[in-house]
Design a protein around this ligand. Structure first.
Ligand code: DGT
Ligand code: CA
Ligand code: CA
Ligand code: ZN
Length: 584
């Protein structure tokens, strides 16, 4: 059964593989899939129910793409996509994601050196073979070697970025929930704890008919290869090589099972010890009393709790521990003792302060559209932060920004309860310089400053660069601190202590960017910032109305960093927030 979301994922994969084949993301074939996906994302109708003719009426969808969508809906596969998958198996796709290894270079290393995976590429680098290829040299060879190391791409423990795993897991959960006999389904493991990379996806399904869950798992459209199947567990690999473990459990044991399979293993061990100290046993089936058996040894007694997680934590004499905290870094002790801090939650958020419109070259929705969805999300304030002029094609000149301000002020008149700040995403240059003149920069209501280039400099230079931006009086916040793309592009290296101290000194907030490929600042940096009382701001960095859901991801990252509500400036009541913006 193909869903609308499967269709969009299929177009994404077609665009990605066609980029490799055509050796350019600008190829018209790639653009055709991307445009189709953009058009279809705006559709409220079920995409699987549209005829080829109806599909071609959607903006951006051509005849040949429409035919592929119908083929996918009717047969569950697309022959063009199967051909591409054969040409570019998962190991090769993984190679293509290494920074510095574009489609042209990828073709060369395959044809000239016979390299088909990251291990072989490492070997070729060790033998200094890359530098012998046309267009490459010792410098690019060293850059690729460094990227492989810093991204942890080689070895058995290759991990998948959360941006690739989460949408897939969401689709799988929906599909299992739709089966007869299923009462609930959830992804667990590192994904539920919101780790930024995922070893494998763990799905727990509560059902009265385990066989049908096992069959659905083995035959799922995402399953390329079933690697294990039993009565209650099926494991398969997706086309990109990601493992999925699907477990069927009894509905009354769902809480104990999700708790066990969410982990982390270290968190589970601490909980189990706590249970033992209470004369009980905790496992994936529930929390049980231990009684003296006939042979004098301990035996399982009465069930204490198993159906839902909060009841089990309560029975253990603890506060409920949200999944992002379950890493055995003090949460068990706190939840059983003085209590966890009041962590920020999605419903605390009152505004989004990194928000693009089609004023930015890479923005896709109008001011009116972006503001309307902000209001739907219940926001009380927004900062429209289109790119500053230094970001070349994506940026805007002073004149354009002033015109834009008029557009924003006009739209604001329609929303008396909403405060819309005329802002800017300033670009932090290689040496820390920012866009525009000092006066013009200072005239914005609000700014976020972030890096978009020069990722490879030494740590000392990068630290000085960010601190210079923090010192600028026009800067309210630092956006996506390192500029990383998880698993794709390492961010800049920084001396975090020095950067966090500068944020405190200048009363500048640190952004937690909710874009799944970024999640930047990372949760471990957030935890350091929390320890120093650095102000935080959680943003979506939306370039389209469909991206506002990222706020949830930013919040989960903040929770993983133990961020309390009160440090997050966009949880503050409007007056308090505006007072900070205007009077820092
Ligand atoms: P990953 O997949 O490497 O990103 O990390 P996890 O945490 O998802 O680990 P995974 O998939 O091996 O196992 C899922 C959860 O199952 C894990 O977080 C805790 C639980 N678990 C697995 N093996 C054990 C074990 O030997 N002892 C205990 N207490 N829990 C385990
Ligand atoms: Ca896992
Ligand atoms: Ca697993
Ligand atoms: Zn941005």
């Amino acid at each position: 059964m193909v869903t609308s979301r499967d269709v969009l994922a299929m177009l994404d994969e077609l665009a990605m593989l066609t980029t490799l084949k055509e050796e350019s993301p600008q190829s018209f074939k790639v653009r055709a899939y991307e445009n189709a996906k953009q058009g279809l994302e705006g559709e409220s109708r079920d995409l699987t129910e549209l005829s080829a003719t109806e599909l071609t009426k959607v903006k951006g969808v051509g005849k040949s793409t429409a035919a592929k969508i119908r083929e996918f809906v009717e047969t569950g596969s697309v022959s063009k996509l199967d051909d591409l998958r054969a040409l570019y198996p998962p190991d090769v796709v993984a190679l293509s994601r290494i920074p510095g290894l574009g489609p042209k270079t990828l073709k060369l290393v395959r044809s000239e050196l016979g390299v088909e995976n990251v291990e072989m590429l490492k070997e070729a680098i060790d033998k200094q073979q890359l530098r012998t290829l046309p267009g490459l040299g010792a410098t690019s060879e060293a850059k690729i070697a460094k990227a492989i190391d810093r991204l942890g791409l080689h070895g058995k423990d290759r991990r998948t970025p959360i941006a690739d795993a989460l949408p897939l897991a969401d689709r799988l959960v929906d599909d299992f929930e739709a089966l007869d006999g299923v009462t609930q389904a959830a992804y667990c493991g590192s994904l539920r704890r919101f780790s930024e990379t995922i070893g494998d996806i763990d799905i727990t399904v509560a059902t009265t008919i385990p066989q049908s869950v096992m069959e659905a798992a083995a035959n799922h459209t995402e399953s390329a290869d079933v690697i294990g199947s039993g009565d209650t567990k099926t494991s398969f690999l997706t086309a990109s090589g990601l493992q999925v473990d699907v477990r069927a459990v009894a509905p009354e044991q769902f809480g104990a099972a999700t708790m066990y399979f969410t982990g982390s293993k270290a968190h589970n061990i601490e909980l189990r010890q706590r249970a033992i100290n209470q004369g009980r046993l905790l496992n994936e089936y529930g929390l049980f009393e231990v009684v003296e058996g006939e042979d004098g040894k301990g035996a399982l007694g009465e069930l204490v709790a198993s159906a839902d997680e909060p009841a089990i934590y309560e029975a253990l004499g603890m506060e409920y521990v949200p999944p992002p905290l379950r890493e055995a870094t003090g949460e068990v002790q706190a939840a059983a003792g003085d209590g966890l801090p009041e962590l920020v939650r999605r419903e605390h958020i009152r505004g989004d302060l990194h928000y693009h419109t089609d004023r930015s070259g890479d923005g896709r929705s109008t001011v009116a559209e972006m503001v309307a969805v902000g209001v739907e999300n219940g926001y009380e304030y927004l900062a429209i932060t289109d790119h500053g002029v230094d970001l070349a094609i994506n940026g805007s000149t002073e004149e354009e920004m002033i015109e834009h301000r008029e557009v924003i002020r006009e739209i604001a008149k329609g929303y008396p309860d909403l405060t819309i700040l005329w802002g800017c995403e300033l670009n932090i240059g290689p040496d820390g310089g920012l866009d525009y003149s000092d006066e013009f920069r200072a005239s914005f209501d609000y700014t976020v400053a972030s890096v978009h280039s020069a990722f490879d400099r030494p740590i000392g230079d990068q630290t000085a660069r960010i601190i210079r931006a923090i010192e600028d009086p026009a800067v309210h916040s630092i956006g996506h601190l390192t500029g990383r793309y998880i698993g794709r592009r390492p961010g800049i290296e920084l001396d975090y202590d020095a950067v966090l101290d500068a944020l405190i000194e200048h009363d500048v907030a640190l952004e937690i960017n909710g874009a799944l490929q970024r999640l930047d600042a990372a949760s471990d940096v957030v935890r350091k910032a929390v320890a120093k009382n650095v102000k935080l701001v959680i943003n979506t960095d939306s370039h389209h109305t469909s991206e506002l859901g990222r706020m949830e991801y930013g919040v989960l990252t903040a929770q993983r960093g133990w961020a309390p509500k009160d440090l997050v400036v966009n949880t503050w009541e409007k007056d308090r927030f505006l007072d900070w913006v205007n009077n820092r």
